[in-house]
Design a protein around this ligand. Structure first.
Ligand code: PEP
Ligand code: MG
Length: 323
């Protein structure tokens, strides 16, 4: 089955009625194996940089990070490479970094919140990313943004780093875009204001589902409550997409739903034109896109917004996509 699917790798992801959809890669390193599908993708939509930190016994230096980011930027040339700043805490730990014990780590000092507490570590990473931006089309993305205040504070730190690089006469990307993950419902509901503060957004459906449905994404005993196809997810995503589109700011999907062909069809119906996914999903998503009609996708998404349960959504999708 997988070998049949492979023929779709080289397909240009354009719908039957001529809408181009960007298909991008989620990566965790600059290793050759991770970049194998580079030629078949429109960019990197999510570089989970925490793996750089987790694969070592100590913090990666600015230079080490710079080399990794620069390498990816050079491979992708003019295509965008979205580098997400450190997203640890929650389920991801660093052995060499003493983090407080928490009763609810997913609701705790995680990702951007942790970076605000460890400003020197955050600034080192931002320096490396901005410097790599000189060599390609790098976009910076903040994880776990919960408020407009988070956005402003993060941007303030970027300004600080930029002026330091400026002062030191170190080359860096002057037009590096700055964006956010939308994965906490509070910022999703503030999308109109968030959109005016950033250059782009990417919807992290894994955490968005976790926080919207109040279900630990890793806890098997509540797995049945983790319903990423719940109509509530699509209603919220619709609102995010509309607000960003109004202001002409790109919005993509980089959670697991972005690699699920049926979800991609629905999300394209809601207006998403860029998806980022694991390498294993690229062929099947391209297949879906190349067989999709945007009018049909829009009709499907309108139907789904009126359904009551996740099961109804799944059954509806299965019936629509019956071969
Ligand atoms: C997400 O939350 O959807 C996401 C893409 O980030 P991660 O899975 O790394 O938390
Ligand atoms: Mg996330």
């Amino acid at each position: 089955k997988m070998s049949d699917m492979k023929q779709y790798l080289a397909v240009n992801p354009v719908t039957v009625d001529g809408t181009k959809i960007d298909v991008c890669l989620n990566i965790g390193s600059a290793d050759k194996s991770e970049l194998e599908l580079e030629q078949y993708t429109d960019g990197v939509g999510l570089f989970r940089t925490e793996f750089l930190y987790m694969s070592k016994q100590k913090l990666p230096t600015e230079e080490e990070q710079f080399q990794v980011y620069k390498k990816i930027a050079e491979v992708y040339k003019e295509r965008p490479v979205v580098i997400r700043t450190l997203d640890i805490g929650g389920d991801k730990k660093l052995d060499y970094l003493e983090l407080p014990q928490e009763d609810n780590p997913f609701l705790g000092l995680r990702a951007l919140r942790l970076c605000f507490e460890m400003k020197p570590i955050f600034k080192t990473q931002l320096r490396a990313i901005l410097r790599a931006g000189y060599y390609g089309n790098i976009w910076i993305m903040f994880p776990m943004v919960g408020s407009i205040g988070d956005i402003r504070f993060a941007k303030e730190i970027i300004r600080e780093v930029r002026s330091e690089l400026e002062e030191e006469k170190v080359p860096y990307g002057r037009d590096v875009k700055v964006g956010i993950m939308v994965e906490i419902p509070s910022i999703a509901l503030m999308a109109d204001i968030a959109a005016s503060e950033v250059d782009f957004a990417s919807i992290g459906t894994n955490d968005l589902c976790q926080y919207l449905m109040a279900v630990d994404r890793l806890n098997p005993s509540v797995a049945k409550y983790y319903q990423s196809f719940h109509p509530a997810m699509f209603r919220l995503i619709k609102q995010i997409v509309e607000e960003f589109k109004k202001q002409g700011k790109p919005v993509s999907v980089c959670g697991e739903m972005g690699g699920n062909p049926q979800a991609v069809a629905l999300l394209a119906g809601l207006g998403i034109r860029k998806f980022s996914m694991n390498a294993s999903s690229v062929a099947s998503v391209k297949k879906m896109i190349s067989q999709l009609n945007i009018c049909k996708a829009q009709r499907m998404s309108r139907t789904v917004l009126e359904l009551s349960t996740a099961v109804q959504v799944e059954n509806y999708l299965n019936s629509e996509f019956l071969e």
